[in-house]
Design a protein around this ligand. Structure first.
Ligand SMILES: *Cc1c(COP(=O)(O)O)cnc(C)c1O
Length: 481
């Protein structure tokens, strides 16, 4: 496996206490380095908490996924459309534009932001459960693919594309299904099946509606039905689930094809939901340890491509020339991110003397997936990586809530205020979900490249937290007015 290699056994190892490390991370003189900068230096210069992203890692993982997809699908063109929502920092979009990959965008605001960075509209998909007219108008104007989600949107595109010089490019988002979704979902701590959780998620056409939609689009002037889309999400690291999702998707395509005179997709987009090394999702669920090394991109793409080819053959489709697209979000952005936070205090629970709370200067408000996805981020004591972990503690945040960032994790006995904690795999869905609960200003994001560090999203100021507030004059005391 590629990441097992040792570039230099003194300064760079592939693992830390059994935990896989990404290539940009290394240990030098007992300290964690991100690219060629120590975590301590980043923390001193930019303050904590702070999000740090490695440009080198982002490029590396993007290239690896792109290559894996190309290798697995020689049948036709391929494209990566990493989900923009996973990390909306515009500088990162510029990096991905340079890498020649597009994106999945949700709604008008993400679409506008992605286009503002110069993303190639031909490699952008407008997704979203209830798209606004403005979003659709924008997509038509720029030639962005519209991933339709309901009959309502078919009518909207039809109405808005009437006078456009070229037809709107549309795909149908179909619901993921198949017999392989019986296993537990990593999104559920109650053992709910993937099928059960997926059924509660509303996007996508029911098959009968998709058939109706396809019939009306194929017969229209203003729209061109270029393909289909589905998005399972990050329920599982099981490859078997994917094989089933792909064959079920092709089965649905065959029904749509039969319903509208033998129409064939020229592109099939299988959305996101692929796990990355050290994937935090579901790791906080007691008794359920997902592998820290889920399938690598080469394996995901191989299984998906094989299932796709087999299902297409079974339903009488020729796979040659059909474009295969994937939208990995977390798998591309996640590994490149580290969240740096300092220990503020260590407290013992009076009721449970065995329990220590290590209080950090960050909060679950900046790491929402510890709540939403039962995430447990891989942890490194960045300022003294060699200190042996010996006692279990709860890493907690600074908000008024329980704010448990990681329960029962082993740390060195003498962990103390001032120690620097690095939470790995925080490049996706952390910064984009930050809130101002307890009036915390949101942290900055810095971008590392070799020994360069640039702020790419500055920290909020305390005043900005209240900058949208207006107090009606009648509530202001007279001396203030
Ligand atoms: C969120 C989302 C993605 C990305 O999912 P990941 O789990 O981050 O890979 C891709 N496509 C669509 C339509 C999404 O909603």
């Amino acid at each position: 496996m590629a990441w097992k290699r040792r570039v230099d056994s003194n300064i760079r190892v592939g693992y830390h206490r059994g935990m896989p490390l990404h290539e940009y991370l290394s240990f030098r003189d007992g300290e964690l380095f991100l690219d060629d900068v120590s975590a301590g230096q980043v923390a001193r210069e930019f303050g904590t908490p702070v999000f740090a992203m490695s440009e080198t890692q982002l490029r590396r993982d993007t290239r690896r996924w792109r290559q894996a997809l190309e290798d697995a699908w020689p049948d036709g063109p391929t494209a990566l459309l990493p989900a923009f929502k996973a990390n909306t920092c515009l500088a990162l979009r510029h990096v991905l534009n340079e890498e020649g990959v597009g994106c999945d965008t949700f709604g008008e605001h993400e679409l506008r932001a992605a286009l503002s960075t110069g993303a190639d509209p031909a490699c952008v998909s407008l997704n979203g459960t209830n798209k606004s007219e403005e979003a659709i108008r924008l997509a038509i104007e720029h030639g962005v693919r519209i991933t339709l989600d309901s009959l309502r949107e078919v009518e909207m595109v039809s109405a808005l594309s009437g006078n456009a010089p070229r037809p709107a490019l549309v795909r149908l988002r179909l619901r993921p299904g198949g017999e392989t979704l019986t296993g537990p979902s990593d999104f559920s701590d109650r053992g709910d099946s993937i099928a059960g959780v997926a059924a509660a998620y509303r996007p996508g056409f029911a098959l009968a509606d998709a058939e109706r939609a396809a019939r009306s689009i194929v017969g229209s002037r203003g729209m061109r039905l270029v393909g289909t889309h589905t998005h399972l999400g990050r329920h599982t690291t099981s490859l078997a689930a994917w094989a089933g999702v792909v064959s079920d998707h092709v089965r649905q395509i065959a029904r749509i094809s039969a319903a509208c005179g033998g129409w064939r997709p020229s592109e099939i987009d299988l959305g996101g939901g692929y796990a990355e090394r050290g994937s935090p999702v579901g790791q906080a669920i007691a008794g359920r340890e997902a592998p820290q090394e889920p399938p690598p991109p080469e394996q995901y793409t191989r299984v998906i491509a094989q299932a796709m080819r087999a299902a297409m053959r079974q339903h009488g489709f020729d796979s040659r020339g059909v474009a295969l697209q994937l939208e990995p979000g977390r798998a591309i952005y996640g590994p490149a991110g580290v969240h740096l936070t300092r220990v503020v205090n260590v407290r013992r629970s009076p009721e449970r003397p065995d329990r220590r709370w290590v209080e950090l200067d960050t909060t679950e408000q900046f790491l929402a997936d510890v709540v939403l996805e039962h995430a447990r981020y891989p942890f490194v004591l960045a300022n003294r990586v060699s200190a042996a972990p010996s006692v279990p503690v709860d890493l907690t945040g600074a908000s008024c809530g329980f704010d448990i960032i990681a329960a029962g994790i082993p740390v060195p006995e003498d962990i103390a205020a001032g120690d620097l904690v690095a939470l790995l795999n925080t490049g996706a869905y952390a910064e984009t979900q930050t809130t101002n609960f307890n009036a915390f200003p949101r942290p900055a994001t810095v971008l590392l490249s070799g020994d360069l560090v640039d702020v790419i999203r500055r920290a909020e100021t305390p005043a900005e937290v209240f900058s949208r507030d207006r107090v009606p004059a009648r509530l202001l005391r007279s001396e203030d007015t």
